[in-house]
Design a protein around this ligand. Structure first.
Ligand SMILES: Cc1cc2nc3c(=O)[nH]c(=O)nc-3n(C[C@H](O)[C@H](O)[C@H](O)COP(=O)(O)O)c2cc1C
Length: 396
């Protein structure tokens, strides 16, 4: 659970989207966060504090002067308690007050006393959002280090169309995670390939494999959360990744090779997690092949180029090239052979039984070390893997 043990202060302003802050709170809690809610007086006109209290199990904080004794947590303690603050929905009024350092209620006083990362999720009518005053306030707040997740376009509660809807709770949660994570990969550019390749046989038939692409997609997400700029070269069906991860969709091994060579130029790290077909059809047909009636058919396959080797030997090669090797036996020995043959910096040798599973395990093998990677769910596995990659990066 990405928010396990994290303490989030959710500030709720008085806009029509307050009900979505309830969803947001539940989502954060589901992902392991502990949430304390502060509502403005206007917010309580839209949804009663009881809704937040019943669902969070915590008293909602509203009154600056009521706080200190009654709930044992004054406004200063509340901000010291939190790991991060989320303002959702942030009203135009709240933005204006924050810009000018006004502290005339509990929420604005908290914000002024706060030193933790703040994510602002504004929501309002499109004209209010586009109004110069609001836009100036937003850029001022950004300059002062606040993170803003912009409202999205669509039909607004007032019936008008345009930008102003609160970003989806899932997007807000995604945007919050980097604020709680050390930005160890800031300034780095990572390229990752993931998923299966698909080789055309005829107009309708293909040859592919069982790779889901989940590990590569999780790795892309985890690297992005730690601050890297990430490009994912995605084979067919590779899962969606978080906003901000660049995605290049490919099918065949040849397309994947081209995309990788293009994206990987000058990258800091390239990780090849994709299950690239070693072979393709020598003569793919444009039409659908009909039954021949002979009971048997022969098909000629030819070898595909080796993508990881090509990346490891390209001009402006990435600083670190890491290959995945799925083997059924003698993993370490095969991986060591590959390391020198392909010119890569490290190999993640994993058992083919991990393919399609929710967990992963294996060995991280460099010229100097063989390190066992314990069985873990893939989300945790990729975080450990990033640590190994950055260690060998700093050693090199
Ligand atoms: C029905 C209704 C809906 C409103 N919706 C919004 C909104 O979505 N966004 C916004 O910035 N203000 C909205 N307002 C205006 C705010 O409630 C008003 O500016 C208030 O002073 C905000 O107080 P607060 O920032 O302390 O929560 C709405 C007002 C009403 C009556």
């Amino acid at each position: 659970m990405p928010f396990q043990g994290k303490r989030i202060l959710l500030g709720v302003g008085g806009g029509i989207a307050v009900y979505r802050a309830v969803e947001l709170m539940r989502l954060l809690m589901k992902q392991g966060a502990e949430v304390q809610v502060v509502m403005t007086k206007s917010a309580t006109e839209f949804v009663t504090p009881l809704t937040f209290e019943a669902l969070s199990g915590n008293k909602v904080h509203m009154d600056l002067f009521d706080l200190t004794e009654q709930h044992g947590m004054g406004h200063i303690q509340l901000v010291r308690w939190a790991d991060a603050v989320v303002l959702a929905p942030a009203t135009s009024n709240l933005l204006a007050k924050m810009t000018h350092g006004i502290a005339d209620d509990l929420l604005t006083t908290l914000i002024l006393a706060n030193e933790k990362p703040v994510l602002i999720a504004p929501a309002m009518n499109v004209s209010m959002w586009l109004e110069d005053a609001t836009q100036r306030n937003i850029s001022d707040l950004r300059e002062r280090g606040y993170t803003v997740i912009e409202p999205v376009a669509g039909e607004l509660a007032c019936g008008e169309q345009g930008a102003g809807r609160l970003a989806k709770p899932e997007s807000i949660v995604q945007a919050l995670l980097p604020l709680l994570t050390e930005q160890t990969l800031a300034g780095q550019y990572w390229v990752i390939n993931a998923g299966p390749t698909v080789e055309a046989w005829d107009a309708v038939r293909t040859m592919s494999n069982r790779a889901s692409g989940s590990l590569g997609a999780l790795l892309a997400d985890a690297a992005a959360v730690q601050g890297a700029k990430v490009c994912l070269i995605a084979g067919k069906g590779a899962p969606r990744t978080r906003q901000g991860v660049q995605r290049v969709e490919v099918e065949s091994a040849a397309q994947m090779l081209d995309a990788c060579l293009l994206a990987a130029q000058g990258a800091d790290v390239f990780v090849g997690t994709a299950a690239v077909s070693d072979f393709r059809f020598a003569n793919p047909l444009q039409k659908k092949l009909k039954r021949q009636g002979s009971g048997r058919i022969q098909v000629e396959l030819i070898e595909n180029p080796d993508i990881i080797q090509a990346v490891a030997n390209m001009d402006k090669r990435p600083h670190q090239v890491i290959a995945f090797a799925a083997e059924s036996e003698n993993h370490i020995q095969f991986a060591k052979d590959k390391l020198s043959r392909k010119g890569v910096d490290a190999i993640v040798a994993n058992d083919i039984s991990n393919m399609g599973a929710n967990h992963a395990s294996g060995h991280y093998i460099t010229a100097k070390h063989v390190t066992k990677l314990e069985t873990q769910d893939k989300a945790n596995f990729v975080v450990g893997l990033i640590q190994h990659i950055t260690n060998s990066y700093s050693e090199s």
